[in-house]
Design a protein around this ligand. Structure first.
Ligand SMILES: [Fe+2]
Ligand SMILES: [Fe+2]
Length: 287
């Protein structure tokens, strides 16, 4: 069966993790106040603890650490906390896949955490405030791959072998799963009602021909972060042979930046950002 058809029928992908789904619906409901929302998230102790740890990690550079969800909402705002909760709960939902492909998953989440961290750093450099949506999108942009792994581990192994053997990644995905991880990611993000900008970025992150409406600032930021992660040795198995500065994403980044920006400047601050990404992984994985 084709991957996208299976995705529609698989329970595992039908719903966003409970806390995150409820949080999104509470946000839509004008009647819910911040205290009720904070109390609700705090009921899920495991998720709430991780969200607080992640919020305190160097990625977000808070001046004063927060100790609870309500304090996090008061300090950084509900929208930011929501995007962090979404990221943390999606991570937690898929962490069990570790038993299927431990080494691959470690590499996958490292790539995702580095992309999330660099997306946040780029947004800051550009003077763009996405309310941590760049963090969430960076963390989950490749999650279509997890769908492939979860739905058919044997075919997933064949896919990895084909890529190692030199087949282009997206071609191999089309041959073996009849869909790319970007297409699968979009289906899931749409099911889960992730913010529309995140859905677009996940869907289009491998497209190289985009019109102005498609090439959103969020997509540009996340894709450049994605390419930087690959370049600096944090690959999720994707290959990119070109120059980052030749991409449409980089050109868009230059256009939206509030100040002059060079790739050299970004790369000179990459080491501390990578250290932040490792701290983020620890915050996400510690019990
Ligand atoms: Fe990708
Ligand atoms: Fe990626």
């Amino acid at each position: 069966m084709k991957l996208l058809e299976t995705l529609v029928q698989t329970q595992e992908f039908a719903s966003l993790p409970t806390v995150a789904a409820k949080l999104l619906s509470m946000l839509e409901d004008d009647a819910s106040d911040v205290r009720t929302i904070a109390k609700y998230v705090e009921q899920d102790v495991a998720i709430a603890t991780k969200v607080v740890r992640v919020a305190n990690s160097p990625v977000f550079g808070l001046r004063m650490p927060v100790s609870s969800i309500s304090q996090a909402i008061m300090t950084i705002g509900l929208n930011r906390v929501t995007n962090i909760v979404l990221g943390v709960s999606i991570y937690s939902k898929f962490v069990y896949l570790q038993t299927l492909a431990g080494e691959y998953l470690r590499q996958f989440w490292t790539h995702s955490a580095v992309t999330a961290t660099l997306s946040r750093a780029l947004a800051k450099l550009l003077g763009q405030d996405f309310q941590e949506l760049e963090f969430l999108t960076g963390l989950v942009h490749d999650m279509g791959k997890l769908a492939m792994l979860q739905i058919d581990p044997d075919r997933f192994r064949k896919l990895c072998d084909a890529i190692k053997g030199g087949t282009d990644e997206l071609d191999a995905e089309r041959q073996i799963f009849e869909a790319t991880h970007a297409e699968a990611g979009e289906v899931i993000a749409n099911y889960w009602k992730l913010p529309p900008q995140a859905q677009i970025a996940i869907k289009l992150h491998h497209e190289v021909e985009l019109n102005d409406a498609e090439l959103t600032p969020l997509l540009a930021v996340v894709r450049v972060a994605d390419l930087l992660a690959e370049k600096h040795g944090y690959s999720s198995g994707e290959h990119f042979d070109g120059e980052i500065t030749d991409t449409i994403h980089w050109q868009q980044l230059i256009r939206i930046s509030k100040r002059a920006l060079s790739l050299d400047e970004i790369e000179s601050s990459i080491e501390p950002e990578l250290a932040s990404a490792h701290a983020l992984i620890q915050a996400l994985t510690s019990e």
